[in-house]
Design a protein around this ligand. Structure first.
Ligand SMILES: [Mn+2]
Length: 311
């Protein structure tokens, strides 16, 4: 597969790299890491990265501003994006050939060539593996910036090597990347800094979340509370794991009130919660899913459903 991708890259003069909307460190790390590798090893080619800016991750890299014409006869590579609808910048379809590189289940099989590895912790890990292959057979080199981006992506998707997707290979690659000359302490500081208003809301969540036997946690963040803390529903939703390490907790739910709906975020340490999410206009992973409801009555039913699966 890696050879097929390299062969395609060699066929094209313009290569445009996309990733998913509302990017996380792995989306940008894999996109930027691949771009660094290709720029370094094919200096004669035009390599672009596109997609909307994410201010909280601006320390990682800047996007290129390109015209529609650039897509004519171009190779387009999409990183870390499970389905077409989530690709940032809809012009991805204007290219001549499309490659998907991802680690989510391959449910939406878009693209002319697909490289999906669901065992990879991150697409950044896959791109590092791609580089290793290129290094062996095509004399690929990796820049410091490229190594930094891939490291950041791996750290992001593994929660600093905490999640169960962290394998021996993940650590091995991260170790090799660490040999490059970048400052990982600076990266951690940028990645995990929290705005003051969110830190204060975090305190509120810890003080006010509810716990019921057998292991169900929940909190309802009303418009009034978010106004008091001056946080948006999106910022507030990031606190979903705030009380995850409370002893005895098995599954929990975060209700965030939006102008015309209530967003529901489920998390679990064992009980399957996506079946509950599916009941309420949602879905997702077995241990992490989301839903949407419209009434307080429905939020109470959800808590009851959670109690049932935790029994
Ligand atoms: Mn990812």
């Amino acid at each position: 597969m890696k050879d097929k991708i390299i062969k395609k890259i060699e066929e094209y003069d313009t290569i445009i790299i996309h990733r998913h909307v509302r990017p996380d460190p792995d989306a940008l790390g894999s996109q930027g890491g691949l771009s660094e590798i290709l720029k370094q090893n094919y200096p004669e080619k035009r390599i672009y990265v596109v997609g909307e800016d994410e201010p909280s991750l601006s320390f990682m890299m800047k996007m290129d501003d390109i015209k529609k014409d650039a897509y004519q006869g171009a190779l387009v590579i999409v990183c870390d994006t499970a389905n077409e609808a989530r690709i940032s910048d809809s012009r991805f379809s204007l290219g001549d050939y499309l490659i998907k590189i991802d680690h989510h289940p391959n449910e939406d099989k878009y693209g002319n060539l697909i490289w999906v590895d669901t065992n990879a912790s991150s697409v950044s890990e896959m791109i590092y593996e791609f580089y290793l292959h290129g290094k062996e057979y095509n004399h690929f080199k990796l820049t410091e910036k490229g190594a930094e981006l891939l490291f950041t992506g791996i750290v992001g998707d593994t929660g600093r090597f905490l999640y169960s997707n962290t394998t021996e290979k993940t650590m091995h690659y991260a170790g090799e990347l660490k040999n490059f000359n970048f400052n990982s302490a600076d990266i951690y500081e940028e990645m995990y800094k929290v705005p003051m208003n969110v830190a204060r809301l975090n305190g509120y969540v810890l003080s006010n979340f509810n716990y019921i036997d057998p292991g169900v946690g929940y909190i309802y963040l009303s418009k009034e509370v978010m106004e008091e803390f001056q946080t948006t529903p999106t910022e507030s939703s990031l606190l979903v794991n705030t009380f995850s390490n409370v002893d005895g907790l098995k599954a929990w739910v975060f209700f965030v009130e939006e102008p015309d709906q209530i967003r529901v975020r489920f998390r679990s340490k064992g009980p399957i919660v996506n079946t509950i999410a599916a009941k309420y206009n949602g879905g997702g992973h077995p241990m992490a899913s989301g839903a949407t409801v419209y009434t307080i009555e429905e939020t109470k039913q959800i808590i009851q459903d959670l109690v049932e699966v935790c029994k």
